[in-house]
Design a binder for this molecule. Sequence first.
Ligand SMILES: NC(=O)c1ccc[n+]([C@@H]2O[C@H](COP(=O)([O-])OP(=O)(O)OC[C@H]3O[C@@H](n4cnc5c(N)ncnc54)[C@H](OP(=O)(O)O)[C@@H]3O)[C@@H](O)[C@H]2O)c1
Length: 260
Amino acid sequence: MRPGAAEVRHRPLGSTGIDVSVLGLGTVKLGRTEQVRYPRPFRLPDDAAARALLDCAAELGINLLDTAPAYGSSETRLGGLLRGRRHDWVLCTKVGEEFEQGRSRFDFSAGHVRRSVERSLERLATDYLDVVLIHSDGRDLDILDRGEVLETLLSLKEAGWIRAVGMSHKTEAGGRRALALGCDVIMATLSLDDDSESDLIAEAGRRGRGVLVKKALASGRAGVDSLRFAAAQPGVSSVVVGTVDPEHLRANARALEELP
Ligand SMILES: NC(=O)c1ccc[n+]([C@@H]2O[C@H](COP(=O)([O-])OP(=O)(O)OC[C@H]3O[C@@H](n4cnc5c(N)ncnc54)[C@H](OP(=O)(O)O)[C@@H]3O)[C@@H](O)[C@H]2O)c1
């Protein structure tokens, strides 16, 4: 390890039997530049830079990679970059959102969910996915109460294609319904700017569910104290931060090194 480099701890992802690093790496910026809400424009890193980023993450003890079909070429690129070392990583992907020609569309039907999971397995060049989350369009309760998507994910879990299922929700009520319906994992929003889901997150933890946090840096508008705040909240398993900059990754790991 480089002098001064921090190594992040691992925590159980609820009762899934999966351990995740307290800092996860979000990979939107490996695959998509359009329609993202970051303060500065950016370019996709080339393969050498992407490989260096993953090497840096591994060196810091990070094992969790968060991707999605809606993140452009992210899944396909990860599949190539992780060849031969897939088992060192916990791969979290999603279903329901598709991003095509600069626009999102959503499909939560059983047929689409199954095809999407098959396609993620192909793109990520693997025969199992650690976590698959419903990629909500905001209508969390409708999506969950229709039943198809969660039932399909649970049947694919039963078949051994997926180890844990859950939802990246957009509303607190959606997060609560996801827990009530037996999701293993939720992906919640939490930062110093927005702690409105902290009770939900604590409850998820008490119920043995995994909690991944998104937007802990308010998409790049907050500092590392916000990251530390999110990671220290009861119930949080891992804080997923999107970055393509190894120096930012190191700074984020350093900010969390004192945490259990
Ligand atoms: N609906 C969903 O499921 C959903 C929605 C949003 C996010 N997510 C997941 O959560 C991840 C994180 O969310 P997010 O990307 O929206 O927000 P975020 O993690 O709050 O912020 C990411 C932004 O912060 C910047 N950044 C990271 N570390 C930094 C540092 N130390 N100093 C300064 N800037 C820093 C990054 O730029 P640099 O590249 O320059 O570091 C990037 O532009 C995503 O990658 C994705 O995996 C999921």
